[in-house]
Design a binder for this molecule. Sequence first.
Ligand code: KG4
Ligand code: ZN
Length: 341
Amino acid sequence: MSTGPLILGIETSCDETGVGIVRGSELLADEVASSVEQHARFGGVVPEVASRAHLEAMVPTVQRALRTAGVTMREIDAIAVTAGPGLMGALLVGVAAAKAYALALDKPLYGVNHLAAHVAVDTVEHGALPAPCISLLVSGGHSSLLLVEDVTRGVQHLGATVDDAAGEAFDKVARVLGLGFPGGPPIDRAAADGNKSAIAFPRGVVRDAPYNFTFSGLKTSVARWVEARERAGEPVPVADVAASFQEAVVDVLTARAIAACKEYDVRDLLIGGGVAANSRLRALAQERCDKAGVRLRVPRPKLCTDNGAMVAALGSLMVSCGVEPSTLDLPADSSLALVRV
Ligand code: KG4
Ligand code: ZN
């Protein structure tokens, strides 16, 4: 059994109410209540609906996590919570709950950055983070390339999407193909039976910004291609479109991540966020890392999508590194920035 502080982490930045408990770097509980089904008919997350669902799920999810971990609230040494970035109303529910627990238990409160937490979660699966490492974070809300020296004290943002996040592109293309929401998993499944070279979809480049991403041109290109087929009265080869679209996304993501590893002379790449669950992204990243002599770390899929374990994991690192706790006036910040080291 590992030693170290017992940390409760709360995540409510989007549509998952996540509560995780770690002791040191040992994961004891990772409970998630998702409101994703309530958003499905809208084809995207509705902030007001997400906030209300967090409010209803908060206390039961904390209680479930405590039961799973086999600990009591009194034993918790510190409370960590996502302070941003994310949906304002959703963040506020988690931050208010974390403050209430910290105040009632007289324990320190740690506001954490959601993106840094996506990086930190890998410590509970693969151990201490190599320093420095490059991290590619790809989800429904963000697509970022980060240079991580010390995840507890801020990381350097090398690039981000200038329009849609990678997961958002999966969600929008899935809608065009009638595959439902969220779109990543059904596209991943459909693509398994398709030809990834069937259609040459564009790889978006952002001028003078080698580590930025753009997916809106790709998304439009897929929509136009499908429309043209439908206008011509021809069937849409869903598997081929899914595979070709998916390839265009993962080609760009992995190429830029490897380029960053080379430029910054970094030997470790960590991929996180919901899109990191994508089977082709994992396979192509492994292939390209092997070729470039880069070690690849990808947490298991459940730790890639939003969860409380990632917040607890980062909180635990912050406590261990002696980072000052937050004060009880910690604000939720929908566009909370990652600080450059
Ligand atoms: O990290 P996450 O759970 O929430 C955000 O912070 O956004 O990521 C959700 C996103 C969705 O856009 C979903 O379509 C995408 O991750 N996703 C995938 C896969 N599983 C989830 N995208 C591609 N392939 C997958 N297998
Ligand atoms: Zn996320």
